[in-house]
Design a protein around this ligand. Structure first.
Ligand code: SF4
Length: 243
């Protein structure tokens, strides 16, 4: 399954809606496919769609240990609404202990390198473990979210993670389309959105944005001129810029 030729053959799926893309993906890969969820608006919409296709879709989350209480609350609301298991992956305790002893608990504010170290320890390494038992993963990425995401396909090979299949069913959806879906189907959502957070991340590194502001402006807001990515969705050439 993991070869470029196969994915090229599937390119017509890029014109399909998210439910059709999910149907194809779940039919092809379940149970070795899971949604990576940070419990933002896109993720809860996808969970709702997936649960309408199969009863027990797999959903995993990276619990960095620095999430907002509202994010834990929405995890519980999703569990009770859909009866699904949220597969939580935590950072390695020994790596967090070493990092915090050497650099303090708020190291991310001190330099870009230390922020990337924290993202590596708390997010990227657990993600690698989560993906190691899968053949494909699903994300809530959308092209309009960031310049680094403007050319994503609905189905692509993830070069950073061993050429596994990466499914982005909402690639061509707008923010408004996501919210139209949430409202239409009364999908439970993260209350941080009502407080002005378009993007959900770790509590110390995410803040609300003003209306009309870049939706990613609230992520690592103190950094200027760097990719506003944590390493989860970087392409190989961007990964090398991470240092
Ligand atoms: Fe650490 Fe902030 Fe990255 Fe979360 S977003 S892993 S707290 S640097």
């Amino acid at each position: 399954m993991r070869n470029t030729r196969t994915i090229e053959l599937l390119e017509p799926l890029d014109d399909k809606g998210p439910q059709d893309v999910l149907k194809w993906a779940l039919n092809k890969f379940h149970p070795r496919i899971a949604l990576a969820s940070s419990f933002g608006a896109e993720d809860v919409a996808l969970i709702d769609m997936m649960c309408k296709i199969i009863p027990k879709p797999r959903v995993f989350t990276i619990d960095t240990g620095r999430l907002h209480q509202e994010t834990y609350d929405i995890m519980d609301r999703v569990r009770s609404r859909y009866g699904i298991v949220i597969e939580a992956y935590f950072p390695q305790a020994s790596a967090v202990e070493k990092m915090v002893r050497e650099n303090g608990p708020n190291l991310f504010y001190d330099s870009v390198d230390l922020r990337r170290l924290c993202c590596e320890v708390r997010k990227v390494e657990p993600l690698k473990r989560a993906l190691s038992n899968l053949d494909a993963w699903i994300t809530g990425l959308r092209r309009e979210q960031a310049s680094t995401r403007s050319d994503i396909k609905k189905i692509e090979l993830d070069e950073v993670h061993g050429n596994m299949v990466k499914i982005n069913p909402l690639a061509d959806w707008t923010y408004n389309q996501v919210w139209d879906y949430i409202r239409k189907y009364n999908v439970p959502y993260n209350e941080l959105h009502d407080l002005g957070y378009p993007s959900i991340g770790c509590a110390p590194c995410t803040k609300a944005v003003k209306p009309g502001e870049d939706p990613r402006a609230g992520r690592w807001w103190w950094e200027q001129g760097f990719h506003k990515e944590c390493g989860l969705h970087l392409k190989p050439k961007e990964n090398s810029k991470q240092g």
